[in-house]
Design a protein around this ligand. Sequence first.
Ligand code: CUA
Length: 174
Amino acid sequence: MMQDPLRAICDDNLERRWIWVTLIMTFVMIAILGAYAVASNLHPPSNVETIDSSRLHLSEEFAEDNLGVKKNADGSLTVTMVAARYGFFPPVIEVPTDTPVTFRVASADVLHGFHVPFTNAATMVVPGYVSEVHTSFPAAGKYSFLCNEYCGLGHDSMWSRLIVVPKSAAGDES
Ligand code: CUA
């Protein structure tokens, strides 16, 4: 039988067995996480773009009048939102199905989360940074934006509405 490689660091049989158990558990958990990330098409947010969170209202992009859904030249959408205690602004967002959507979210105060359950849209919204999420929604319906980082007493009620309408019904008003 092959010599146990752990013999080099440990003489005790029982102890070596437990070291193997923890090593195998570690690799099984990493494999599950990896398979889940691939199967659910998760992309770790990697956008690094800074912004002065205390002056969002004075910025061009995140000023109150400029928030919401914007149509890009290539037909994709950019949705600009502010996360602040305790809500996302604007509070209702409507986008069509099967259209590339880029969410750009900035926090006006503390750390928030940005999560649309049952989709792969999820990121932290760290004050001082612009969080960016690229996604599209294959199924029409009503979804919620949820905050999933504890941000204060109103955290539990920090959510907004995302309405995904069938592409054909979305019209061309924007
Ligand atoms: Cu915002 Cu929790």
